[in-house]
Design a protein around this ligand. Structure first.
Ligand code: ADP
Ligand code: MG
Length: 697
């Protein structure tokens, strides 16, 4: 239950004075639906006003507060002409203009012959002083309401800055004094104010420095957020630790059979990741481990060995892939080895229906299937295992925490539940790993299998497309495969993105029958057969949208051509490039761009040319793009922060993590004074679902 002290903050914004339902709906879209969201909708700009009593050109384009005598109204006669009101300031004339001004309203606000205090921007129009839509119009004596500084908020149609400021002012009136959840020593060291004080300061900005993420009060607000994130993850992690897991004993015979069937020796990097996995599996704790390995580092083999251990010691394994194509590909690449070891493996995707599906589920429940491989279909409610012991989740960034948990819930409690192994090819900068995956242990496959040749990466102007297309002849003659990636499926009216279908037609004219096409709008059967044809060499050029991005493995593929590479993010480019040079042949990656390039796209292409190191690329990507975009916030389970910015608040994240770990060690049930305050913090950021992981509850 949410602590009572937070109730005023979680009231809907239409409870604020002056905010009706219509406005509330608009503001909800912009900021969020509750009072708390208004508070966390922080200003991004600042207006500084000057008090003046006479008009002078030196004040032009500045924000001023000025007393005026209203002379005469000139209501507009047509829509295109503004409503004008002449005024006097000392000896000077000032004209106020209003577009779509309403006469009755303006006459009430600015009665002829009276004095009013105006705040707004002083401008000049054909030699005369003018003010368009003053921000404030007040009677004499009421002008103390106009602040010399005004915070400027991010706005949207229908929500003016005035509305935002009013809402914020109202929100402050309702603000409870929250208990202090931070450690005294930290507050002293960082010279931070209390939450309430910081929130006030964040809105009452008086200089541009006050808007900076490094201002002390924004740092504190960011720290609160990071701390709540780390506490939530740590609570989950500790509760996982406490759960008795299953101890996988034995299984060596199956492991040996599979390892013996592999056409290569596992690399040291694969072996050391595996050693960590096996140690987790053998221990009686629940495994929740992330394997990070760059594209092509050989994660599948590690997964396969873990499955071997699981099945060898008598349990079933599940292997979850993000797409149908990848599930099928894993099936193809794994089955020869599981067959060699005498294991029964089956595929379950959304496509399997009716009797066949029912039969498979029956076999699964009876324990006649050792390994079930598939897509999200593995989560469905009616999918019941005989004894699920290990779940492997490939390409984690497509799955959220919830899916992770729902799969692990499919195990048998009496046997110790399900160990979970998550694999990702997206190297994640440390700061991100802490916030997104802080609840997991991490193994890294740092080295790729031997014999890989570096991929030659070049940037080419799009004007040379014809020349490039013609030069592919040589590659085709050598039976190599070429990916040709286009950003969009169909030519759209508003964009000049090269369409995959057009490119397919063009290339197919050059190399008849040799060119395939795969894009996101195709049915999955069609996608599969296009991939299949490419793998088998029936087609040698595959024109694709980014559906090939994740995990697809075609060893003969040597050339990756990316059209409009300047429109892709770094992580995406890196993933795409990882599709080639997977066999022993040298690979090339050609980044076709349309100039002139902006700064960011230029640095992206340069980084791609400089390095193949996924971790370095990830760090650069974070620098260029920011955290939210990096993994695709929604899909990744990466929290969206309101104030915290991982690029600038990385130092605070480290502190928050240590703080969370340390505090939960000494007060695991949040019973102390600070512990109770920390509960409030968790509720404040709606991380309350973590509270159910508390030791006592
Ligand atoms: P990813 O980590 O991107 O999922 P894969 O598991 O698909 O990589 O492996 C990439 C390629 O490397 C595959 O063709 C696989 O057969 C091969 N491979 C994996 N491990 C080794 C190894 N130890 N030695 C040689 N080739 C390997
Ligand atoms: Mg893979």
């Amino acid at each position: 239950m949410r602590p009572e002290i937070l109730f005023p903050l979680f009231k809907s914004i239409d409870t604020l004075k002056g905010i009706g339902p219509r406005l509330a709906a608009l503001m909800a879209k912009l900021a969020g639906e509750n009072v708390i969201d208004v508070l966390y909708h922080l200003p991004t700009g600042l207006v500084e006003r000057k008090n003046i009593t006479e008009l002078d050109e030196i004040y032009l384009t500045q924000q001023v507060i000025v007393p005026v005598t209203v002379l005469k109204h000139y209501p507009s006669q047509s829509r295109r002409v503004p409503y004008r009101i002449t005024c006097e300031v000392g000896d000077s004339a000032l004209t106020l203009t209003f577009f779509n001004g309403r006469e009755d309203f303006l006459k009430r606000q600015l009665p002829e012959g009276q004095i009013r205090i105006l705040a707004g921007k002083l401008e000049q129009y054909s030699g005369e002083f003018q003010m368009t839509h003053p921000d404030h119009i007040l009677k004499e004596g009421d002008d103390t309401d106009i602040s010399m500084f005004e915070a400027i908020y991010p706005l949207s149609a229908g929500v003016t800055n005035k509305t935002m400021s009013k809402a914020v002012t109202q929100a402050f009136l309702a603000l409870p004094i929250l208990p202090e959840w931070l450690d005294d020593a930290l507050i002293k060291r960082e010279k931070w104010d209390h939450w309430n004080g910081c929130m006030q300061s964040a809105h009452r900005v008086e200089s541009n420095a006050d808007l900076e993420p490094m201002s002390p009060f924004r740092q504190r607000l960011a720290y609160d957020e990071l701390l709540s994130n780390q506490l939530a993850l740590e609570l989950v992690r500790q509760s996982m630790r406490r759960k008795k897991g299953r101890s996988f004993i034995g299984g060596e015979a199956v492991q040996d059979a599979i390892e013996g069937a592999l056409p290569y020796k596992l690399t040291n990097a694969q072996n050391s990741a595996l050693a960590e996995v096996f140690a987790d599996m053998q221990s009686s704790n629940r495994m929740l481990r992330l394997i990070q390995g760059d594209v092509g580092s050989g994660k599948t083999a590690v997964a396969l060995m873990a499955l071997a251990k699981c099945v060898g010691s008598g349990a079933q394994g599940a292997f979850l892939a993000p797409t149908e194509i990848l599930a099928r590909q894993h099936m193809q690449s794994i089955k020869p080895f599981t067959d060699a070891a005498g294991l029964k493996i089956a595929l379950l995707t959304g496509r399997l229906k009716g009797k066949k599906r029912a039969a498979l589920l029956e076999e699964l429940l009876a324990g006649n299937i050792d390994i079930l491989l598939g897509t999200h279909a593995l989560f469905q409610d009616d999918v019941a295992y005989h004894d699920l012991g290990l779940a492997i989740i490939d390409e984690q960034h497509r799955f959220g925490v919830h899916q992770r948990l729902s799969l692990s819930a499919k195990g048998r409690a009496d046997k110790g539940g399900v160990d979970v192994l998550v694999m990702t090819a997206t190297p994640i900068p440390r700061t991100l790993a802490l916030t997104a995956y802080g609840d997991m242990d991490v193994s890294i496959i740092a080295e790729k299998p031997p014999g890989r040749q570096p991929i030659e990466t070049r940037a080419i102007e799009i004007e040379r497309l014809d020349q490039l297309a013609a030069s592919l002849e040589r590659k085709l003659a050598a039976n190599e495969r070429i990916y040709w990636v286009c950003p969009l499926v169909e030519e759209s009216e508003v964009s000049d993105l090269a369409a995959a279908t057009d490119r397919h037609t063009y290339l197919n004219a050059l190399y008849p029958g040799k060119v395939g096409l795969v894009h996101g709008k195709m049915k999955s059967e069609e996608k599969d057969s296009a991939m299949e044809a490419f793998k088998s060499g029936e087609t040698q050029i595959l024109v694709a949208t980014t559906v090939i991005e994740v995990g697809v493995d075609v060893p003969e593929a040597t050339v990756m051509i990316i059209e409009h590479a300047e429109r892709f993010g770094l992580a995406q480019l890196h993933q795409l490039r990882g599709r080639v040079g997977r066999g022993s042949l040298a690979g090339a990656c050609l980044l076709m761009y349309a100039g002139p390039l902006g700064e960011t796209p230029k640095s992206r292409l340069n980084i791609m040319r400089e390095t193949e190191d996924g971790f370095r690329i990830a760090e650069e990507d974070l620098r260029l793009r920011g955290a939210g975009e990096l993994l695709g916030t929604r899909q990744s389970g990466l929290p969206e922060f309101k104030v915290a910015d991982l690029q600038v608040h990385g130092r605070l994240l480290q502190i928050a993590r240590d703080d969370a770990r340390h505090f939960l060690e000494i007060d695991p049930s949040l019973a102390s004074e600070r512990g109770k305050a920390i509960r409030t913090l968790l509720y404040l950021f709606e991380r309350d679902s973590a509270i159910k992981y508390l030791q006592s509850g």
